[in-house]
Design a protein. Structure first.
Length: 160
């Protein structure tokens, strides 16, 4: 994983404009300007707090998707999230990313935030639900802040 630069907009826009990929995201397909705004926000968040969403690439530097953390609907928790290109689905990359993000979260706890890590999933996304459960997350229930999503929580690093 690496940080974003403004020139990454084309690669991320290909991901954010794919209706199959974005069917798992509540905000849906994004246009180029929305994607550019997201990169700008993530760059600023990294600068201010040291974390946000990262660019995910393979060993050769080829773009694979995005992963990292956001604010969990005003609850005081970090929210883990990831989005991979369909060509990378089913190869174990999501599980590998989630495991790395869980470790990073517990190695870099923020005293101003809750210890518990959250993730939000649309109910029909069974693959992401399995990835989260495999990495120590448990289903909490429907989100009061985002009723179209399920809340998953991880209270400790399962690798420890």
């Amino acid at each position: 994983m690496t940080t974003w630069i403004p020139e990454d907009v084309d690669e991320l826009h290909r991901l954010h404009s794919d209706p199959v990929v974005m069917s798992h995201m509540t905000k849906g397909v994004q246009d180029r300007e929305q994607t550019r705004a997201r990169i700008t926000t993530w760059i600023a968040e990294h600068r201010v707090r040291g974390w946000s969403r990262w660019r995910v690439e393979d060993d050769s530097g080829t773009f694979m998707g995005r992963a990292g953390f956001g604010e969990a609907h005003g609850t005081g928790h970090r929210e883990l999230g990831y989005l991979l290109a369909p060509a990378r689905w089913g190869a174990g990359y999501a599980s590998e990313l989630v495991a790395a993000l869980v470790r990073w979260h517990f190695e870099h706890l923020d005293p101003a935030r809750e210890r518990e890590l959250r993730a939000y999933v649309v109910p029909g996304n069974e693959a992401s639900r399995r990835v989260l459960e495999k990495n120590g997350f448990r289903l909490v229930g429907a989100s009061p802040q985002a009723p179209d999503q399920l809340v998953y929580a991880c209270g400790s690093d399962p690798a420890v």
